[in-house]
Design a protein around this ligand. Sequence first.
Ligand SMILES: [Zn+2]
Ligand SMILES: [Zn+2]
Length: 240
Amino acid sequence: MSTIGSWLRHSCTRVVAAALPQDCLLCGSASDDAPLCVPCRSELPALPRGCPRCAMPSPLGEVCGVCLRHPPPFDTTLAAWPYAYPVDRLVRSLKFHGRLALASYFAEALAPLVARTDAVDVVIPMPLHPARLAERGFNQAAEIARRLTGNPGARTPRTKLALQAASRIRRTLPQADLAFGERLRNVRGAFACAIDLGGARVAVLDDVMTTGATLGELAKVLKRAGAARVENWIVARTLE
Ligand SMILES: [Zn+2]
Ligand SMILES: [Zn+2]
């Protein structure tokens, strides 16, 4: 575990330790609306208007220069929040401490965004490598996707959740430790798609999008499997 990793784990433990099961995960006050009280929910940071392809800030909502110069393999990115305090803590709380109530909360936050988009045919959670899945015991993206596709406001009846469609066939280094070019190389050949997506409109659900290298690589594989369109549905977008 890297120093940063241990720090993250440590700071998450502090947040979670402050909370009893019925209490708000952020401020610890008693809450009927667990996992977050109403004031904490209303103070979560808003995502600035962004590029429709990658969700990086773009004042008029136009396609950003990066996406114009190098169009990414995915078509659209929708995100609920910026990856900033305290959303970052919530994401880590789900991932490293198994606070599954947050998976429901994230799905609830994504539902209205997703309801405004054209329907998709298939929702695929970002897969974890089997070794990572065994360590963690669950895939946070799959947990959110399961709850989101169970939400009738967020999907059409023909939308399918395909939990096993994509898999990681190679273990990769943590992207956070790598420079941009290294991130692209690190994820190359990391995914496989087990189903024929012929003409399908696909949504990939992930908790965090940083450079988009991992999501781009998966979108490439899904398009090779026939996907007509790939959108990213993201809980939190890194804006730096
Ligand atoms: Zn609170
Ligand atoms: Zn862009």
